[in-house]
Design a protein around this ligand. Structure first.
Ligand code: MG
Length: 168
């Protein structure tokens, strides 16, 4: 029987002047960026929490603490690569990733496909196993007032058991 497991992730970062806007491992042209200890890539952070949650391996703060100066301004792509390595080392295989980015501005438009392809590379998945949806806040709440960007992710992973005598 297949051992399938699902996980969710959610993250919020504040929009500020003077920072690059990093989403899903790419830089999006915009007059503001997300504030945080690392590069504040809210989408990658949500995906990491979903992956760690599905694997029963805690959360992003436990693996990559924002009290660690090595993580200051760090590219979140590095956190995702390390998370994929941790999952593989624990016998997990990623099946699919679905996400929502909540942003009043900028419009993600065609950036969604660039983000999907970048994430496909990082997660070592076919692009059709990754989905990026974009929503505005309808001018309501922190998203609608352009105070921040929120991301949610859900993933499905499978535990692959090693059979006796096989090397993987
Ligand atoms: Mg975060």
């Amino acid at each position: 029987m297949r051992d399938l497991r699902t996980g969710i992730g959610h993250d919020t970062h504040r929009l500020v002047k003077g920072r690059l806007l990093r989403l899903g491992g790419i830089t999006i042209p915009f007059d503001r960026g997300l504030d945080g200890h690392s590069d504040a890539d809210v989408l990658i952070h949500a995906i990491i929490d979903a992956l760690l949650g599905a694997a029963g391996l805690g959360d992003i703060g436990q693996h990559f603490p924002d009290t660690d100066t090595r993580n200051k301004d760090r590219d979140s792509v590095e956190f995702l690569i390390e998370t994929v390595r941790i999952l593989k080392a624990n016998g997990f295989h990623i099946l699919n990733v679905d996400t929502i980015v909540f942003a009043e501005k900028p419009k993600l438009g065609d950036h969604r496909y660039k983000i999907r392809d970048r994430l496909a590379d990082l997660l070592q998945l076919d692009p059709d196993r990754i989905n990026i949806k974009a929503k505005t806040g309808e001018q309501l709440g922190l998203v609608g007032r352009e105070e921040g960007i929120v991301a949610e992710a859900i993933v499905l992973i499978e535990k692959k058991f090693k059979r006796k005598g096989t090397i993987s």
